[in-house]
Structures are given as C-alpha cells and as structure tokens.
Write a protein that binds this ligand. Structure first.
Ligand SMILES: Nc1ncnc2c1ncn2[C@@H]1O[C@H](COP(=O)(O)OP(=O)(O)OP(=O)(O)O)[C@@H](O)[C@H]1O
Ligand SMILES: [Mg+2]
Length: 313
C-alpha cells in the first residue's frame, strides 16, 4: 500500500487504515494552498483506489487551524423557517464558491437530513472524530438526527446534549469556511451551550412579519447580545403569500414588520423570503429552492449575498 502513495504525500500521512476494502487516510495538509491540498487528495484517491481490493478511499486532510466562521441561525419562536433558511443559505453560499458545512443542532426536530436530501445517512468516525456526511451541492452536514435513535431525543439530558453538540462542532470539517448552525427554537439550553462553548462569529435571526413573532425575535436578540455574539441581521420569512394559481401576492402575516423591527433595534436587514407553496414542497422533497434559478431561489440568494458581505466585514 505504501508504495502506491504519490510522492507529494511523502511525510504527510498520519494514519492509514484498511478495513473491508475501505482505506482511510489522514493526511497532514498544513502549509498547502487549497488548490494544492485538493490535488494531493485527488492524487491519493486515484493512486490508492487503483490498489487491488480497495473499493473506497477516504482522505481526511488536516490543516493548521482553518479560519472558520460559525454562523448560527436562530429565532425566538418555532416554525418560522430557521431550518429552511439554513439549508438554502448553505446551498446559496456554496454556489458563491464558499466551502460550507451545516450543523443541525435541533435535538427535538432535526430537519437538515430531509432538507439537504441526505435522509438515512450516518456519519463515519475516524478514531473519536466524526466525519461529516457529504451532501449534494458540495455541502457537508451533521445532524443530531444522525446521532440519536429516532424518538429517543426527548429523554436527553443537558450534558448529553452538550456532548453531542461538541461531537458535531469538533468533527472533521476540514477546509470548511462557513459552518451554519440550525438552532432549535427559543432560548434554551442548546442555544446557551452553543453560544457559550463554541463562540459563533455571528447569528442570523429569522422572524415572520407578525408582531408576536417579532417580540420573540427580540428575545433571541437579547440572548445573543447578552453572551456577546454579534448579530449579522434579521431575515423576514413568510412575507407575502404568492398564490400558486395566479401569482398574486397577499400578506397573511403582514409585511415589512421584521425590517421595521430590525431598523428599530439597529440591526441589519438581510432580506425577505415570500411564503410560497413551492418553497414548502421543494423543501420537503430535499430540493432547496436556492439550488435552482427562479424567484424563490433568488430571495434566498439575496440573503446569502448580504450575509457573505457581512462576513467579509
Ligand atoms: N417561505 C416559506 N414558504 C413556504 N413554506 C415555508 C417557508 N419557510 C418555511 N416554510 C415551511 O414551514 C415549515 C416550518 O419551517 P422550518 O422547519 O424551516 O421552521 P423552523 O423555524 O426551523 O421550525 P422549528 O422551530 O420547528 O425548528 C416547513 O414545513 C417549511 O417547509
Ligand atoms: Mg428547525
């Protein structure tokens, strides 16, 4: 096996394991540019994959600390579209050329495996470290739903939740530049642990235009401000209902409330996503609208662009 390794991998192989035809390589990529690291990975996959009896090659590149931004997506109220926004932001940011990972931190209702078309996937582990699942659109993902038995989440206690969060956050994210974290609704334990232990670089707050949802959003803002996590801005979701028959736009939950609230709270407004049947249908089918061109995708892309600008500072 060692003879199959390409010359540029010399001195960089930390671990080489073969089990059931699957070769796992942990490669030290410190000091390599992203392009060079990618080439090294491809060369290893090709060379080792050509060895008889090897059916699969998994290469994990470990670099020096990668500058990674952790962005949490939160809301005070449930069901306002955090998970939908997270998945679509991930796809849109990936289409902008960023390396994006998604952490689904909702223990009670994990949604990212469905939204990102990765239902039934299980992450592998290298030693104690989890390897995120590769999804479509160049994304990596880990979900609470992949770590627990369905239906058992309710019995979880605080320390177990903290543990599972740590496992996901400390997984082998490799050269992931942006880690989007889909938070459960509200301002409970998971959120606090996440904010205090993993110090996200920013939070995005989702709200519907309704007054009550906005009051809850303000509560989420208080939490982020209290723990010192900067808020990148507010997104208004489910604003303006697009009639699937005639395309006419009505405003069942009002419109513009989140933008006005953002202005009042001195927060950037990141954009507005309409309430559209297509968004729910596509989301349920694991086809994030941001992956395709069209008005719904555009709405998410516009938010992603503003967020990317915010990240650049
Ligand atoms: N803009 C939209 N138009 C139509 N349906 C939407 C839109 N945004 C979200 N939905 C739908 O609303 C429901 C709730 O969305 P989602 O699960 O993303 O909310 P959430 O804030 O993550 O909920 P929870 O608080 O339970 O985690 C889903 O069925 C989703 O498909
Ligand atoms: Mg959710």
């Amino acid at each position: 096996m060692a003879r199959a390794l390409p010359a540029e991998a010399q001195g960089r192989i930390r671990t080489l394991r073969l089990a059931d035809g699957v070769v796992t390589l942990i490669v030290d990529a410190a000091g390599l540019e992203r392009g060079a690291a990618g080439k090294l990975q491809a060369a290893l996959e090709q060379a080792v994959g050509a060895v008889p009896d090897v059916s699969e090659v998994r290469v994990a590149l470990m670099a020096d600390r990668v500058e990674r931004q952790i962005i949490v997506v939160g809301s005070g109220k449930g069901g306002v579209g955090k998970s939908t926004l997270t998945a679509n932001l991930a796809v849109a940011l990936s289409r902008l050329g960023l390396k994006v990972g998604v952490v689904d931190a909702d223990i009670y209702g994990p949604s990212q495996p469905t939204l990102l078309h990765a239902e039934g996937t299980k992450p592998t582990a290298t030693g104690q470290q989890l390897n995120p699942v590769d999804c479509a659109w160049g994304l990596k993902m880990l979900s609470m739903g992949q770590l627990i038995e369905p239906g058992k989440a309710i019995a979880w206690r605080g320390p177990m939740v903290g543990n599972a969060l740590a496992q996901m956050m400390d997984a082998a994210w490799g050269d992931t530049e942006v880690l989007l974290v889909d938070l459960p609704p509200g301002t409970g334990d998971v959120q606090l642990t996440m904010l205090q232990k993993f110090r996200p670089s920013a939070a995005v707050i989702v709200s519907t235009p309704q007054d009550l949802a906005l009051i809850d959003a303000t509560r989420a803002l208080d939490l982020f401000r209290t723990v010192g996590v900067p808020v990148a801005g507010m997104v208004e979701n489910m604003a303006g209902y697009v009639c699937p028959h005639c395309g006419e736009i009505s405003d069942p939950f009002g419109r513009g409330g989140a933008e006005a609230t953002a202005a009042k709270l001195d927060l950037p407004f990141l954009g507005r996503v309409p309430l559209a049947m297509e968004i729910r249908v596509a989301s349920d089918a694991g086809q994030p609208p941001a992956a395709t061109d069209g008005p719904q995708g555009d709405a998410f892309r516009a938010v992603a662009l503003r967020l990317a600008e915010w990240m650049r500072g």
